[in-house]
Design a binder for this molecule. Structure first.
Ligand code: ADP
Ligand code: MG
Length: 845
């Protein structure tokens, strides 16, 4: 069996303790243990030592543990002890004795936890076998199969079926694919002394005492208190009995009788720490006939799956239902041959389905996950590769003379006031190498903000024009389209290349004129928003389409472009780079190029985090910079759901800054509700310096290019994704002046701080994207719907790169051998289903 390298399920390992650490530990422990033993022997009288009393010795020593890695809970425990010993002289004798005993026990446990010597082996349990589940035979309508409606499963009535349907669970198959969201881990078997607060664990112990009573304040609540012990310690276990029916002495007695003194019990639950030490609160308890008897409980000692629930469907109920259909997992068609499974070290599909719902242990769960994730990736890759192969088969516009640089491309590069960076040259060469091939290019260029993608795109477009074709440049927003349009006009007018801008706000007559010019071939390049592909725009000879900010154009739009019967070369660009493995899995139908170098001469942006209460600091900086002739952005979060609210806050902040804080400056306001002309007017006035401070929602994220802007203050920075913040930040630092970005963080959340710190430390978009994935998870970063990835695959992307690569290799192997998968009927069918699902989703959108 292979052990997947994964940090997903690391068991609670003991902190590593070096030999030197151990010596320090012993030097500290020995005198403490001696003192405690003596004190206990003498009857807890606070012994007078040569220099001081017992309690002051303990207070000091416990407050100064050796500087070695101690278990997580030690700090708090030691503080508690220190506190208790400082009041030791005023305690009753019984209390002193208790304190001394627990201290001894705890120190003893600490030593055991830190010493590499054999710790007391955890207890063992025979976990219940899989229940001889549900006659998987259906009712009158014949035996159940994967495609049977859930309503036909015995035990699922019409009401329940309806609730399940509200979770999207209609068929047996759906329930099997309803993977747990998480697990409660009762599989950690512990000795009592090794229990850690906050963990879920299972112990096997014997009952010392059990007594029950009804809450004096609430007759509806009775409480069962158990004292249990194992060879390493004792523990209190509390169980709540709700309902009046438990409050009679007879009922209580019946309860306590279940746990006779000396009985062996297995207990699973969450460990809590309270004033009297650790305890289990309302755990699962089962009395074992013998220590070796198998458990009847199907929860104790297990990894218990946790499913996303819906109203009226409890966790237990859902677990039971899944168990009901689990035997049918055996009918699941196996897409991989035993040979391939073996060489890929994957378990069988049926076993994986059982293992994800009903894991025996962490290892088994890991194996199950790996297999299921593998399958998801495999299908995804196969789909993309087949698509890619289909595109390749089409005829692409023949671009003669590409790469020769004697026409427009050469003139353009010569006219540029700068030389291309090495990375730009390399990527342009990669593009040109694609363009000479008879098959259509499908390439993604990833490059950080400001890395100069536009220049490369223009050079690519000119290659097409040189060869007598037309080009299109698409941007996600009007602001960005207009920005591109201006750059292109500036660069291309001297070359006599005609460029027009087509957006939602283009007037009808203009639009008609453009479309005519496009159709008769007199218009070379059309710049626009998606309107370009959504409306009937006919090019006479469309050779190359450039899509900027690819992440906003999904596969759907790419498909639409192709489904219009066009097979132009396609170049997509993104400034939101994602790690290479991810890029390959999401864009397996694209080749990927990276511009991984910034043009020279940029001064790095200085980024800082400040608290909301220090906003004045930000305003001071803005004032200082504006007085020095620079300009500043103040960016406010825009949360889509409450666009109105955000707008109001933008308007409010603008008014406050304009009238109060910067009464002597002119402050502009830019937000998504402005029409295009007004937006342009605001941006122009900022670009020209008529206003010096621009309050904006995230519409400045892309496109706006004002070299004099040297400060950006981002309000509520914790609400943005890192990649987006990085994009925003890219709006400053475009000129020569040193620039600043202040991230205002109002959140006390440590993770939020940590995330924002990534931006403070790094200006590398690739690194930032990678950290964002790690910290927020791919689901958050990419959005399930946007990425089109199944949940499980998505969840595993951050740490399971290896499975992804295995799946990609396997997909490639399969496609190379058998492009149409004629010899793999199961895979073929699954792919077909996937395709149907995706098209259906596309139509809904
Ligand atoms: P991106 O789209 O990748 O964010 P742009 O293409 O908008 O970046 O380029 C950012 C700025 O850098 C533009 O003003 C552009 O003219 C300039 N630029 C591009 N390439 C170079 C280069 N090789 N040397 C100097 N400046 C460059
Ligand atoms: Mg750009």
């Amino acid at each position: 069996m292979v052990a997947e390298p994964s940090n997903q399920f690391t068991p609670d390992l003991k902190p590593a303790c070096s030999a030197a650490d151990l010596r320090l530990l012993h030097a500290w422990l020995r005198p403490l243990q001696t003192a405690l033993t003596l004190e206990a022997d003498r009857g807890c009288i606070d012994l007078q030592g040569r220099q001081e009393r017992f309690h002051s010795f303990l207070t000091r020593e416990l407050a100064t543990p050796p500087p070695i890695p101690l278990p997580a809970d030690s700090q708090a425990r030691l503080q508690d002890f220190t506190q208790s010993y400082s009041t030791y002289p005023s305690l009753t004798e019984a209390a002193r004795r208790r304190l001394v005993t627990t201290t001894r026990q705890w120190l003893h446990g600490l030593r055991q936890r830190l010493e590499p010597s054999q710790p007391m082996a955890p207890p063992r349990l025979k976990v219940a076998e899989s229940a001889p589940v549900a006659k998987a035979s259906g009712s009158a309508a014949g035996p159940l199969n994967l495609d049977a409606p859930l309503a036909r499963v015995k035990g699922i009535g019409p009401k329940l079926a309806e609730r399940l349907a509200s979770l999207g669970l209609l068929l047996v198959r759906d329930l099997l694919l309803y993977y747990p969201r998480d697990y409660v881990d009762y599989s950690a078997m512990r000795r009592i002394e090794a229990l850690e607060p906050g963990e879920t664990a299972t112990i096997v112990a014997s009952v010392r005492r059990c007594h029950g009573f009804t809450s004096p304040r609430n007759p509806n609540l009775s409480i069962l208190e158990l004292q249990v012990q194992d060879p390493t310690g004792r523990l209190k276990v509390t169980r709540f009995l709700a309902g009046k029916r438990f409050s009679s002495p007879a009922a209580l007695h019946a309860q306590t009788r279940q746990f006779p003194v000396g009985a062996t019990v297995a207990i699973s639950g969450l460990v809590k720490s309270g004033p009297y030490g650790l305890s289990f609160q309302d755990p699962l308890i089962e009395v074992l006939e013998t220590a070796n008897a198998p458990l009847r409980s199907r929860q104790i000692g297990r990894l218990l799956p946790v499913y996303a629930l819906t109203e009226g469907l409890t966790a237990d109920r859902l677990r039971t239902l899944v168990e009901l259909v689990l035997p049918l997992a055996d009918r699941w068609p196996e897409p991989l041959s035993p040979d391939r499974r073996q060489s890929l070290q994957l378990i069988a599909k049926a076993e994986a389905l059982r293992g994800i719902h009903r894991p025996v242990d962490r290892e088994g769960l890991q194996q199950a996950r790996r297999r299921l994730v593998f399958d998801e990736f495999l299908l995804l890759q196969l789909g993309l590769m087949q698509r890619r192969a289909a595109i390749r088969k089409r005829q692409a516009p023949a671009l003669d003379g590409v790469g020769q640089r004697d026409g427009l491309v050469g003139q353009f590069l010569a006219l540029l006031p700068f030389a291309l960076t090495g990375a730009q040259q390399r990527v342009l060469a990669e593009i040109e190498a694609d363009l000479v091939k008879p098959e259509p290019m499908a390439r993604l260029v990833q490059g950080d903000v400001g890395s100069g993608k536009t220049v490369v795109a223009v050079a690519a477009l000119l290659n097409a024009i040189d060869a007598g074709w037309q080009g299109a440049l698409m941007a996600p927003t009007e602001v960005l389209a207009e920005q591109h349009y201006r750059s292109l006009c500036q660069w291309l007018t001297p070359l006599h290349v005609s460029v027009e801008l087509l957006t939602g706000s283009t007037s009808r007559p203009n639009r008609r004129r453009m479309l005519t010019d496009l159709a008769n071939g007199s218009l070379h390049i059309l710049v626009g928003t998606h309107a370009l592909i959504e409306d009937p725009v006919d090019f006479s000879r469309l050779g190359l389409v450039v899509v900027d900010e690819q992440h906003r154009f999904g596969v759907r739009q790419r498909n639409r472009l192709l489904s219009k019967g066009l097979q132009p070369h396609l170049l997509t660009m993104t400034a939101t780079p994602i790690p290479r493995t991810l890029a390959l899995s999401l864009h397996g139908d694209l080749d990927v190029s990276q511009i991984d170098e910034l043009p020279p001469g940029r001064t790095p942006i200085q980024t800082r985090q400040i608290a909301g209460s220090d906003r004045q600091e930000a305003y001071d900086l803005i004032r200082e910079q504006v007085e020095a002739g620079q300009r500043a952005y103040v960016v406010l979060p825009l949360v889509e759901e409450s666009e109105k609210l955000d707008l109001r806050s933008a308007v409010d902040v603008h008014r406050q800054l304009d009238e109060e804080v910067f009464a002597d400056f002119s402050v502009g306001l830019l937000h998504g509700r402005l029409n295009s002309a007004d937006k342009q007017a605001v941006i122009r006035s900022f670009a020209q310096g008529d206003c010096q401070v621009l309050v904006s929602t995230t519409v400045v994220e892309v496109g706006v290019d004002v070299p004099e802007a040297s400060v950006m203050v981002i309000d509520h920075a914790d609400r943005f994704g890192l990649a987006q913040l990085h994009q925003l930040r890219g709006r400053v630092g475009r000129g020569a002046a040193a620039s600043h970005c202040l991230l205002v963080n109002d959140s006390r959340n440590a993770l939020a701080r940590q995330r924002l710190d990534v931006l403070v430390r790094s200006t590398d978009g690739f690194e930032i994207a990678e950290m964002d994935l790690r910290l927020r998870g791919p689901g958050q970063v990419l959005g399930t719907r946007q990425s089109g990835l199944p949940d499980l695959a998505l969840a595993s992307l951050a740490d399971d790169g290896a499975v992804l690569e295995d799946a990609r290799d396997e997909a490639k192997r399969l496609i190379d051998e058998d492009p149409l998968l004629n010899h793999h009927p199961v895979l073929r069918q699954l792919l077909e289903n996937q395709r149907l699902r995706m098209t259906a989703a596309g139509q809904l959108n």
